[in-house]
Design a protein around this ligand. Structure first.
Ligand code: PLP
Length: 228
């Protein structure tokens, strides 16, 4: 089995090639290693190989892992990419650096109240159901503007941009379409006066398509840590 150091390197090469094709600076894309279901030891190996940003889906699992990795707290940034219920916001506000999955005002308000002012503001993205698929998390594209404007005004949070998890597709051109729509949505919010710089889009199977459409954070699990 390939080591985490080796798989991380492969993913970095994929990002670099896509950036070259898109005429983008490789520094403009952050690799977020999604470590959900993998143990603290796997995160430790990735940190040893130079990885700094880690994504988790389940709050409880993340808190246990973080407790095993407190010696690395200054070296890593923790991102919540999974759904967030209101009864978990206090723990999230205290432990995470980023939340990518804001989908209603109430959650953002609770995070804002519960984030300690002594901490750096919590960096957040609004999750968009870009394909408008029934039963999928995220706000519909028409509802993003009003929600983003309200979230942007909350203290102790910093609204950075948008996140989406489009329907998987094996066709590279079809993969690009939802990423392009998310980019256009971000541009339209900036035209309305917001200042957003983050597109959290692209995973193991479609990170090249996402980088070609302007992704600034790719969230990669399987290609780094293996099958879950
Ligand atoms: C699991 C997950 C990922 C990583 O997916 P892979 O296909 O394993 O790269 C990215 N984003 C979110 C929100 C996830 O839940």
């Amino acid at each position: 089995m390939a080591t985490i150091e080796a798989t991380l390197q492969q993913v970095r090469v994929r990002i670099a090639r896509a950036c070259a094709e898109a005429h983008r600076d490789v520094q403009s894309v952050t690799l977020l290693a999604v470590s959900k279901t993998f143990p603290a030891a796997a995160v430790r190996q990735a940190v040893a190989a130079g990885q700094r940003d880690f994504g988790e889906n389940y709050v409880q699992e993340a808190l246990v892992k973080m407790a095993e990795l407190t010696d690395m707290r200054e070296q890593v940034r923790w991102h919540l990419v999974g759904p967030l219920q209101s009864n978990k916001t206090r723990e999230v506000a205290a432990a995470f650096d980023w939340v990518h999955s804001i989908d209603r005002l109430k959650i953002a308000q609770r995070l804002s109240v519960q984030r300690l002012p002594a901490m750096r503001p919590l960096q957040v993205c609004v999750q968009v159901n870009i394909g408008g698929e029934a039963g999928k998390s995220g706000v519909s594209p028409d509802a993003v503007g009003p929600l983003a404007e309200q979230v942007a005004r909350l203290p102790n949070l910093c609204l950075r941009g948008l996140m989406s998890i489009p329907e998987p597709s094996a066709d590279p051109l079809a993969q690009r379409a939802p990423h392009r729509r998310l980019h256009e949505l971000l541009a339209s919010l900036n035209d309305r006066g917001l200042r957003l710089d983050t597109l959290s889009m692209g995973m193991s199977a479609d990170l090249e398509a996402a980088v070609l459409e302007g992704s600034t954070i790719v969230r990669v699990g399987t290609a780094i840590f293996g099958q879950r």
